[in-house]
Design a protein. Structure first.
Length: 241
């Protein structure tokens, strides 16, 4: 895995990142994957200290004590663009990806994943980018990157899945499942496993997961268009529908 500062180039396919929704990488119609690019635009907020601007002479007459005023701090949202460029190595036939990022304050970086054997589903995948982070699946290891400089925040090798469906909740916990697995894995924003729940019953091939209006996690499946599982993220009780 390598990280290099380069000039950023916007990808050709644009989509909007969201805290909920389905992964764009669940592709199982063909046994081998093809290269492609996903570009994501997202934003986060952070406190930015700005210098105090002195008032006019007229205002000075009205407020003589204003010169003792402290520096003001306000919350400013920063937008950043993430490009996930999925590739096949021509010499080895293995899959990998180049992840690139550029913030509207000029930061620019790239990160290259490891290379893995190609299977029926992609094992190198973009998952989500909440709160200034980028979650990537690298051959079954979940990697959290800093969206502003591309550095690795943490890695978790519990997953070992591919063809992932995933989403995040309001606390930036990552929920994900492999296309060929029957468990729901939950990892918190610090990289710790919160839950590894076998909750699919007889259902298989999870296709989509998202939170509904009542903040319940709903998972649907390709095995049956009417199949779904509802999970309560507060206590991880679940209902097989």
């Amino acid at each position: 895995m390598k990280k290099t500062n380069v000039t950023f180039t916007m990808a050709t396919i644009i989509c909007m990142a969201a805290l909920t929704g389905c992964s764009a990488n669940v592709t199982v119609e063909t046994p081998t994957a093809s290269a492609g690019t996903i570009a994501v635009t997202s934003s986060s907020s952070e406190a930015v200290s700005e210098p105090y601007v002195a008032p006019s002479e007229a205002e000075n007459k009205e407020e003589s004590k204003v010169e003792d005023k402290e520096e003001s701090t306000q919350t400013v949202a920063e937008e950043f663009a993430i490009s996930f460029d999925y590739k096949i190595d021509e010499s080895t036939g293995k899959e990998y990806a180049i992840v690139s990022g550029m913030g509207d304050r000029g930061s620019c970086w790239t990160y290259e994943t490891g290379k893995f054997d190609v299977g029926q589903c992609n094992s190198v995948e973009y998952l989500s980018s909440p709160a200034g982070r980028v979650y990537v699946n690298e051959g079954g290891t979940i990697v959290a990157l800093d969206a502003y400089d591309g550095s690795v925040i943490w890695e978790n090798s519990t997953y070992q899945g591919s063809g992932s469906v995933s989403t995040v909740d309001m606390n930036d916990n990552l929920y994900l499942s492999s296309y060929f697995d029957s468990t729901l894995l939950v990892i918190d924003k610090d990289g710790n496993v919160v839950q590894n729940l076998a909750c699919y019953g007889d259902y298989f091939w999870p296709a989509c997961m998202a939170f509904d209006q009542e903040d319940m996690l709903v998972i649907t499946f390709d095995c049956d268009e009417n199949a779904s599982v509802t999970v309560n993220p507060k206590d991880f009780t679940y209902t097989i529908n």
